[in-house]
Structures are given as structure tokens and as C-alpha cells.
Design a binder for this molecule. Structure first.
Ligand code: AMP
Ligand code: MG
Length: 346
């Protein structure tokens, strides 16, 4: 009797797992250092050859995008930055066009908190280097104020077709806050074109997934901003991406104070009051830009910016460790240990 029950249960369960379930012909799990970070890729549901070919294509994409969009290398972006400062008309490199267009829209929606035009300010703080100097010192108020007065923003760039012109001598594009999001979107689109239906691309904790993992959704962890461990986990749906901005990613300490890499364009200083922000969205580019903007907006203003950027799933951990979330995020997230204080708002 018991075995019949078990068999019936097994049959019911397998009916419950619909045809969306990937056939686990082969599972590719690879990690590569690219785009300035470790990128973990899992591909399932296709044979070994197809998975390997897709992985090779993906690495080529990442390396091309990294070389083209990197903020402090001699590349297409540097040429554009040099020309933008002159105020002359010039023709844009097509590979950078979609970034500029999307960045202009996202910047506007974020009330310019996401402002990739402040590359000079980011460089002034010493964050334009692959190995940030742990003994760096903050720039002087005079240097910061000079750039604050210049106030470069994405709207200072006129774009007409592939022709472009800068209207601010201090414009310097730095796509560090959303290039990874764009790259993950490009990678996932390419995997789809190659016939991959189930995969996850995780670039140093920022990721996007398609399909599912065997008969379960992809399950991922979110880093605790004050330890190396995981604070929470969640299931991600087909096509969703999860991006986190944190004050622990790049920083230096001076006289007991932490100076991190997310600069508030209104003050010229690293944004205060936030430890990390996690955003779920269908587009990696939007999630990445929004995580940066909401980090700067902080515990009192993230709701307004999230609305104007159409972000429904947000978790912000403030400097006291209080967890602020939208109700939609609270429904999705599982904490490993219950956090001290949770504040829900939308
Ligand atoms: P993220 O880790 O996505 O929040 O991006 C942080 C990176 O974006 C920094 O290392 C800078 O290169 C750049 N950045 C810093 N502040 C801003 C800002 N307010 N808007 C856009 N990009 C920024
Ligand atoms: Mg970002």
C-alpha cells in the first residue's frame, strides 16, 4: 500500500513538473575572470558541445565589452570622452551608442543620482584604477567644489543619430554603475540566440538567469554588507536579474572613516547612510543603474526614485543595519536569520 502511494506521489510530482523543465543532458559550470570580476556561468539543457560553444561566445562578448567600455583604458570610450570635452561635433562609435542612449534615459528617471557623466569626480576620488589605493586620502573641498560647480550630466550631451556633441567641458563618461548590467543582458540575449533556454550568468554577485535549474527555479544568495556571508536568498524567474550596490565593493579608509566608490553627484562625496541596495528587474542594465541610484537616494528617498525608474523589488540595508523593502521584495526574500528591524514601504 505504502509503495503504491509513493508511486502515485512520484507520478503526480512528475506531472507537476511541466515541459519547461530542462533535460539535464549536460551541465556546464565554469568561472572566468573577465569584466574586472569573476564571472560564473551555468548552462544546462543542451549537449556538451553546444554548451561549450555558447560559453566561448559569451567570454568573447564579455572581453569585447570590457575593452570597449572600460572607463580608464585607451579605448572607444576614451576617444569619446576626449571629444565630448571639446564641444565639437563628432561621429559616435556604434558599440557605445546604446549605452549612451540608455544611460541618458535612466539618469533622467533617477533625478541624476545615477549620473555616468561624473567620471572626473570618480577619478578625483581615486576609483579609476584596477587596484584601488588603500592608503588614498580624500580630495580637497576645493577640488570637489570645482567639479560640483561644473555639474556635468548626461543631458549635457546632444545626440542626433550617430552624431554627438558635449556641452560641458567637464563631461567624462564612466559606465561603471551599469556596464555590467548591459553586459549581462547582452550575454543572456546571445545565449538565447544560440538556443540556450536554461542558464545563469553571475558576475561577482550581480546576475541574470533564464529558464530554471532542473525542476526548481534558480536560487541565489545576497551578500551581507558587513560580513563575507550571505544575508538572504531568493528564487529567480525566467529572464530576471538581481543587482546589488554596496559600500564594501571598492573603498579606502582614512582616519577611521570609510570612503567608498558610489559618489553622490549632489555633494561630490561618497553617498552616506546606506550599506547596500539589491534590486530585481527584468533588465540587468536597469537593475544595475537603479541599485546605484537607490543607494544614493538612501532610506528616506529610495521609494520616489524606485517609482520613477519602475522598480518594484528593492531591499536597502541602511547604516544601522535596518532592512527597508518593498512588500513585493519581502514576499520573495528568505532571510537566513531574521534581521533586527524590517521597514516595508513602496
Ligand atoms: P555600482 O557598483 O553599480 O553601484 O557602480 C559603482 C561605480 O559606478 C563606481 O565605481 C564608479 O565607477 C561609478 N559611479 C560612482 N558614482 C556614480 C554615480 N552617482 N552615478 C553613476 N556612476 C557612478
Ligand atoms: Mg550599479
Amino acid at each position: 500500500m505504502k509503495s503504491i502511494l509513493l508511486l502515485t506521489l512520484a507520478a503526480l510530482l512528475s506531472v507537476g513538473c511541466d515541459s519547461q523543465k530542462p533535460t539535464p543532458l549536460y551541465e556546464l559550470n565554469e568561472t572566468a575572470y573577465t569584466f574586472g570580476t569573476l564571472v560564473d556561468v551555468t548552462i544546462i539543457g543542451v549537449d556538451e558541445q553546444q554548451a561549450n560553444d555558447a560559453y566561448t561566445a559569451l567570454l568573447e562578448d564579455f572581453s569585447y565589452m570590457h575593452n570597449t567600455w572600460h572607463a580608464w583604458q585607451n579605448n572607444a570610450l576614451r576617444r569619446i570622452n576626449n571629444l565630448l570635452k571639446t564641444g565639437a561635433n563628432f561621429t559616435l562609435t556604434p558599440s557605445v551608442f546604446p549605452l549612451i542612449q540608455q544611460a541618458q534615459a535612466l539618469s533622467k528617471q533617477s533625478e541624476n543620482l545615477f549620473n555616468p557623466a561624473i567620471g572626473e569626480m570618480v577619478a578625483l576620488w581615486g576609483f579609476h584604477s584596477s587596484e584601488p589605493d588603500e592608503f588614498a586620502i580624500p580630495p580637497s573641498d576645493d577640488e570637489i567644489n570645482a567639479l560640483l560647480n561644473a555639474a556635468p550630466k548626461m543631458a549635457d550631451i546632444d545626440v542626433e543619430g550617430l552624431n554627438m556633441r558635449g556641452n560641458n567641458a567637464h563631461l567624462q563618461l564612466d559606465f561603471g554603475a551599469f556596464a555590467k548590467g548591459v553586459a549581462v543582458d547582452v550575454a543572456i540575449e546571445h545565449l538565447r540566440e544560440l538556443g540556450i533556454k536554461h542558464a545563469i550568468v553571475n558576475a561577482g554577485g550581480d546576475l541574470r538567469a533564464i529558464g530554471q535549474h532542473d525542476d526548481r527555479p534558480w536560487h541565489i544568495g545576497i551578500r551581507d554588507p558587513r560580513s563575507e556571508g550571505i544575508i538572504a536568498a531568493l528564487d529567480i524567474g525566467d529572464g530576471e536579474s538581481v543587482f546589488t550596490s554596496g559600500d564594501y565593493e571598492r573603498f579606502f579608509e582614512h582616519e577611521g572613516k570609510r570612503y567608498h566608490h558610489i559618489i553622490d553627484p549632489r555633494t561630490g562625496y561618497p553617498a552616506t547612510g546606506t550599506r547596500s541596495v539589491t534590486v530585481i528587474h527584468d533588465s540587468g542594465a536597469v537593475a544595475d543603474a537603479a541599485a546605484t541610484a537607490l543607494f544614493i537616494a538612501g532610506a528616506d528617498n529610495w521609494q520616489r526614485i524606485a517609482k520613477s525608474m519602475s522598480i518594484e523589488h528593492v531591499m536597502l540595508i541602511d547604516e544601522q543595519g535596518i532592512v527597508h523593502m518593498t512588500p513585493a521584495m519581502a514576499e520573495r526574500i528568505e532571510f537566513l536569520q531574521p534581521p533586527g528591524k524590517i521597514r516595508l514601504s513602496e
